[in-house]
Design a protein around this ligand. Structure first.
Ligand code: SF4
Ligand code: FES
Length: 145
């Protein structure tokens, strides 16, 4: 299970799972009043409105960032599962979009919501998740057909 850190403005709770970050830089380039990689703590939940925070977190490509709201209800375990969509991001990870269960090589199970970035280059130190290493190794899909 990924360790999580939480930050709240009393309305929305930002959930940060460090080991899932693929270092896309989208969060701090998009909302620098909240996401400040040079500071500790690096997330300031008071730095923008709840709507702005939610909108920015929805753009996180890895699921490292998510949020909770006070009225969130737990998913119904009896509900029909929605189908998954899996996208290959150019020169990067496979993005699994939708709730899923990852079964690790040792049998450990991990539930994921919304989006999960899986390593496609083989270089991640946090397999099966992408950790952004594809950028250092220069992993490439090659020219588009
Ligand atoms: S993967 Fe998510 S948390 Fe990591 S830098 Fe990108 S937007 Fe931020
Ligand atoms: S695809 Fe990102 S580390 Fe392998």
């Amino acid at each position: 299970m990924s360790k999580e850190h939480t930050y709240t403005n009393g309305e929305v709770t930002i959930v940060w799972k460090k080991e899932l970050c693929v270092h896309s830089t989208k969060c701090w380039r998009g909302l620098s009043s909240v996401f400040k990689p040079g500071q500790r703590p690096w997330i300031n939940a008071e730095g923008a409105t709840t709507d702005a925070i939610k909108a920015q977190i929805d753009l996180c490509p890895s699921g490292a960032l998510s949020y909770r709201l006070p009225n969130d209800v737990a998913p119904d375990p009896e509900a029909e599962p929605e189908s998954l969509r899996i996208e290959a991001s150019p020169n990067g990870p496979l993005l699994v979009k939708g709730a899923c269960t990852i079964v690790h090589y040792d049998g450990r199970e991990e539930k994921r919501e919304k989006i999960t970035a899986l390593c496609r280059c083989g270089a991640s130190a946090n397999k099966p998740f992408c950790d952004g290493s594809h950028r250092q190794t220069g992993f490439s899909d090659g020219p588009k057909p």
